[in-house]
Design a protein around this ligand. Structure first.
Ligand code: GDP
Length: 297
């Protein structure tokens, strides 16, 4: 059934942090995500990540991993939260050093705080002649957010997303923050997680990018995601490679669902295909009834 069984402490193993990048428009969220995506090449694999599937995993030189939600902006973050999905472990908030702390910087901060998600600040565009990272840090201090350079506990790093300066160190700080969170999950159970995005691909059918949060998803598993269900026919990683299994904190795109679930929908694996289908059709029916009711009022 859909209820989650509580894990025994001895079944839990460390998992990679799941990170969202937020910040004011034009402050460099996309550039940062692109830089990380393009530069990070897992040892032994040629080429960077070519696919845009809404999430990707990277591995640093020391072997540690980070999963990124590749949907910059807090719209995706709030949409997911509105659906009850708590996916993000750490928020990187990008603030351009040649600008002030802007309204969406503040919004991003409040969203992260409301979700109880620790923040690592990326003070960006330090390559620009008029960049003044200290001004940003001062602005943060005025909001009671003291970064380490200012004697506080909040991590921040000066970067240039355009040239990659400081990005490695930024990610090391993200991993330090992750260590404090002691993120763990049980990989030895049917997978549960959240839908990141889904679309209809001509030729491949419905492609859904999901983030496995606990358990391990396997090809052949029967999945229920929101109002959609189906047997996982194939799975691919962010490099377009076929994979047979995906463990905790792993983003994968899956083929085989009978429709496109919504970002933020939870997914579960069912042993009984019929049960999954029943729940999916019940959800569809409930939604139909609700929309009829709202139309009447
Ligand atoms: P977003 O709206 O937050 O996703 O911002 P973008 O990543 O699209 O960046 C907005 C603009 O700032 C683009 O023209 C980028 O090329 C530029 N930009 C981003 N990061 C840097 C940086 O570190 N240095 C410089 N000089 N420009 C940057």
């Amino acid at each position: 059934s859909i209820e989650e069984v509580e894990d025994k402490p001895e079944d839990l193993v460390s998992r990679a942090p799941i990170v969202t990048v937020m910040g004011h428009v034009d402050h460099g969220k996309t550039s940062l995500l692109d830089y990380i995506r393009e530069e990070n090449v897992i040892a032994g694999e040629s080429g960077g990540i070519t696919q845009h599937i809404g999430a990707y995993g990277v591995q640093l030189d020391n072997g540690q991993k980070i999963a990124f939600l590749d949907t910059p902006g807090h719209e995706a973050f709030t949409a997911m939260r509105a659906r009850g999905a708590q996916v993000t472990d750490i928020a990187i908030i990008v603030a351009a050093a040649d600008d002030d702390i802007m309204p969406q910087t503040k919004e991003a901060i409040s969203h992260a705080q409301a979700a109880g998600v620790p923040i690592v600040f990326a003070i960006n565009k330090i390559d620009k002649p008029d960049a003044n990272p200290e001004k940003i840090k001062e602005g943060l201090a005025q909001m009671n957010l003291l970064v380490e350079d200012w004697g506080g506990k909040i991590q921040s790093h000066d970067i240039s997303a355009k040239f990659g300066t400081g990005v490695k160190e930024l990610l090391e700080k993200v991993l330090l923050e992750a260590e404090l969170l002691e993120l763990k999950a049980n990989p030895d159970k049917p997978a549960v997680g959240t839908v990141v995005e889904a679309f209809l691909d001509k030729g491949r059918g419905y492609v859904s990018t999901i983030l496995v949060q606990a358990g391990t998803l396997k090809v052949g598993d029967y999945v229920l995601a929101g109002k959609n269900s189906g047997k996982v026919k194939a799975m691919q990683d962010e490099r377009g490679n076929d994979v047979q299994e995906a463990g905790p904190s792993t983003p994968v795109s899956i083929l085989g669902l009978d429709g496109a679930p919504q970002a933020g929908d939870k997914f579960n694996v069912f042993e009984d295909e019929r049960e999954a289908k029943q729940i999916a059709s019940k959800r569809t029916q409930l939604q139909r009834e609700q929309s009829v009711r709202t139309q009447r009022h």
